[in-house]
Ligand binder design. Structure first.
Ligand SMILES: Cc1cc2nc3c(=O)[nH]c(=O)nc-3n(C[C@H](O)[C@H](O)[C@H](O)COP(=O)(O)OP(=O)(O)OC[C@H]3O[C@@H](n4cnc5c(N)ncnc54)[C@H](O)[C@@H]3O)c2cc1C
Length: 391
């Protein structure tokens, strides 16, 4: 078996799968991607049918990238003949006492990027989407291009395309250690050691375990999150043609999101950063009753028709730096190694992040503006930095 590769990717969740695909476009058989579990597993951050994709974001560093993320998905869709993005439109909603905080940030960042959007009163929202029951104090911004990425299908598509282009993708192979060797890297597994000229680490909640011999630790907090599928009585009212993806920016412990009917005969919603702090080892797959109740009471009040008997609740891991912004770049002391952390909102960017990671690996730089996400920013290096997870 070949032991020396130009490019090795550690982790085949959403990001690693995409990185393997984009690397394979340039380097085919010189690409090796390693996954510790079976492909398509649900122990990390990328399982399930759907993830929200949107042009709307809280800061210009993201709205400079969001249009490109759609382009990256289109590339994989065209090459595979598979639809990965389903547009439904999207609402950001915020309950306000006086001046909106999040809505102003989202509108401002979209304005800065020239992204068309509409600010709506609660009555305008309910005219358009009668599924909502909003109080007078709610403010909203609507963006028509938002929707869903089919997460499971997207991962499988990136892997299939990478393999077609000659990449080797091995699952059930945990990487035991990674070391810098000269200006390359060595990757030890139970199945032997591989060498790489450039290494991409897309290991989600396991990132620091993978990097522990490289001399860097990224402060990552993991929480056990969950989404619930509800057998709503009038499902057709919640189809992607009639119901948008939505995010309720209620601040810490009061933020929720949901998507139209997709992948299951059910609506789907969750609480953002609702779950307990865990590690990849201590997490369970048991739903948290407190979070389940928070979500149900929120939905009964604001989107009552979307609730029904529970189909199932599925747990998932968030892996977040203290400022909850992405980590994307080359390691300062080992630039042959690039990393990504999605901060609990990264899936929509998987295609683009994979493309950027491939550019960093191949050219040492990228055409996309990623300075804000650098590995040595104060939020990641100052131990006194106070974590802020609400978005
Ligand atoms: C409930 C929930 C809802 C979310 N909703 C959205 C949303 O609507 N929109 C959005 O954009 N984002 C959303 N996110 C966030 C998004 O899903 C994640 O940011 C993204 O999927 C992370 O992908 P990843 O590839 O970085 O991590 P992961 O999917 O966790 O992949 C990391 C992979 O690396 C592998 N690995 C780790 N260590 C090793 C090793 N030593 N050897 C080999 N393999 C290894 C793991 O097994 C895993 O497969 C949500 C997340 C959750 C949990």
């Amino acid at each position: 078996m070949k032991r020396a590769y130009e490019y090795v990717v550690v982790g085949c969740g959403g990001i690693g799968s995409a990185a393997a695909y984009w690397l394979s476009r340039e380097a085919g058989e010189e690409v090796l991607a390693l996954e510790q579990f079976h492909l398509g597993h649900d122990k990390g951050g990328s399982g399930d049918h759907s993830r929200i994709i949107r042009l709307s974001y809280h800061a210009p560093e993201y709205t400079a990238l969001t249009p490109h993320t759609y382009e990256a998905w289109s590339q994989a869709e065209e090459e595979s003949g598979t639809q990965l993005v389903i547009k439904s439109g999207g609402l950001d909603l915020e309950p306000v006492a006086d001046e909106p905080k999040y809505i102003n940030q989202y509108s401002g960042a979209m304005r800065a990027a020239g992204i068309p959007h509409e600010e709506l009163s609660p009555w305008e929202v309910m005219d358009r989407f009668p599924q909502f029951r909003l109080d007078d104090g709610v403010r909203a911004v609507y963006q028509a291009d938002a929707g869903i990425v089919d997460a499971g299908r997207a991962n499988a598509t990136h892997i299939a395309l990478a393999r077609t282009r000659g990449a080797t993708v091995l699952d059930n192979i945990p990487v035991r250690s990674v070391r810098s060797v000269g200006d390359g890297a060595e990757v030890a597994t139970d199945g032997g050691t591989f060498s790489a000229r450039r290494l991409v680490v897309a290991a989600g909640a396991w990132t620091n375990r993978v990097l522990r011999h490289v001399g860097i630790e990224i402060p990552i907090t993991c929480t056990q999150e969950q989404v619930t599928y509800f057998r709503a009585p009038a499902l057709e009212e919640f189809s992607p043609e009639r119901f948008p993806v939505w995010i309720w920016h209620g601040g810490p412990d009061r933020s929720f999101y949901g998507v139209p009917v997709y992948g299951e005969p059910a609506t789907k919603a969750g609480q953002d950063v609702g779950g307990d702090v865990v590690t990849a080892d201590t997490r369970t797959f048991e739903p948290n009753e407190r979070v389940r109740e928070n979500l149900r009471s929120f939905l009964e009040r604001y989107i009552p028709g979307s609730v029904g008997p529970e189909l199932y609740t599925k747990t998932c891991l968030y892996d977040m730096p203290p400022d909850r912004e992405f980590v994307l770049g080359r390691l300062p002391d080992a630039p042959q190694i690039s990393v990504f952390n999605g901060a609990g909102h990264g899936f929509k960017f998987a295609g683009l992040a994979g493309k950027i990671l491939s550019e960093l690996a191949i050219h040492g730089e990228t055409r996309y503006p990623i300075e804000a996400f650098r590995v040595d920013r104060p939020a990641l290096t100052d131990p006194a930095y106070e974590p802020v997870f609400a978005m």
